[in-house]
Design a protein around this ligand. Structure first.
Ligand code: GRE
Length: 333
């Protein structure tokens, strides 16, 4: 089975302090150095694992918190360029096996659009991955569901590339109000899905997909809890909020999930949940991913093998690589 994986993190050596911070929060054995080493390694252990576990191609992305942790716009833009130039060099060494999502400073639509255009047009990047809200000065945060982001979404659709909305750990006010006294809820346990869901649902109710019907958004972790709640979300939007005039989105949430949104299996290797998500949003919207090095190749790829016989061969081919090949033209050959 040939697999394509697309939520796979790297770091550049000059941002190592960020990976040390992530490791303190999230790495089971606290071995921050091993985690940091895995993040900056592209062609060694990572490629060996791809070979061993049948991963034909990896789309690389900068690990969280990445550029979204830079609250100063000029520093953020400079860091994004440095990261993109670094990973471009890495991809050039083995473009058959690797491609990359652009990192972007999301301080304003223009900076984000200019860098995405440079990355896609000049360097061959295949989309963008952004770590949820951009941190702004004074503990503010940017939300891309607001009208000032419309020019950016126009650029994304004009370039015809997907945008991956990835989580970030909460800081500042959100952290103080919710997570300060319950730190174990930060990350995969709750905060990641909660915030990405708020952002994606915000894009739906604030009409981003109505204004940009060709926009392609990917979220990880089998949909950041949204598929589980789809019936209830749809019920309240369609049967309560629309009749009250409280939302003006043109279509239903199910339509946006059919037309604009894809989910990956990153970090969520449950057969029961996968079956459920397939029933709820359809097999064509699901893309295999691992979430390396936060998750292990073994856990993701060995689990995927156990799906043989439980899902049809055609569905497994779609999830493992065919859906990704549809979404990313460079993966078709
Ligand atoms: C990530 O993908 O960025 C991530 C973390 C921390 C824990 C798990 C995880 O940053 O997937």
């Amino acid at each position: 089975m040939s697999l394509i994986a697309l939520e796979e993190a790297f770091n550049i050596p000059s941002l190592a302090e960020q990976s040390a911070y992530q490791a303190r929060l999230f790495v089971a054995d606290g071995n921050g150095q091993a985690h940091a080493d895995r993040l900056v390694d592209i062609h060694g252990e990572r490629l060996a694992k791809m070979d061993k576990h049948g991963v034909a191609h990896t789309i690389l992305s900068l690990t969280a918190p990445g550029i979204q942790d830079f609250d100063e716009p000029k520093a953020a833009a400079a860091a994004a360029r440095e990261v993109n130039d670094w990973v471009h060099q890495q991809v050039q060494k083995n473009p058959k096996r690797f491609s990359a999502f652009a990192s972007l400073s999301m301080h304003n639509s223009k900076d984000a659009s200019d860098e995405l255009r440079r990355c896609v047009k000049e360097l061959g990047f295949v989309g963008a991955l952004v770590n949820d809200n951009q941190r702004l000065p004074n503990d503010e945060a940017a939300w891309y569901d607001l009208p000032e982001w419309d020019d950016f979404w126009s650029t994304v659709t004009e370039l015809d590339v997907p945008f991956y909305l990835h989580p970030i750990a909460p800081k500042g006010e959100i952290h103080r109000r919710i997570y300060k006294d319950r730190a174990a809820l930060i990350g995969p346990v709750l905060s990641f899905a909660n915030n990405v869901s708020a952002h994606l649902l915000g894009m739906i109710v604030n009409g981003v997909f109505d204004r940009h019907p060709k926009l392609k958004i990917i979220v990880g972790h089998l949909g950041e809890h949204i598929p589980f709640d789809l019936w209830r979300i749809n019920h309240w939007l369609e049967d309560v909020h629309k009749p009250r005039g409280a939302v003006s989105m043109k279509k239903t949430i199910r339509d946006y999930f059919n037309e604009n949104i894809w989910v990956t299996t990153s970090g969520h290797f449950s057969t029961l949940t996968l079956k459920y998500v397939q029933d709820e949003i359809g097999v064509d919207r699901i893309l295999f991913s691992i979430d390396y090095p936060y998750e292990k190749f073994e856990d993701a790829c060995d689990w995927f093998k156990t799906l043989d016989g439980k899902f049809s061969a055609e569905d497994l081919a779609k999830i493992s690589h065919k859906n990704s090949q549809k979404l990313f033209p460079h993966l078709r050959s």
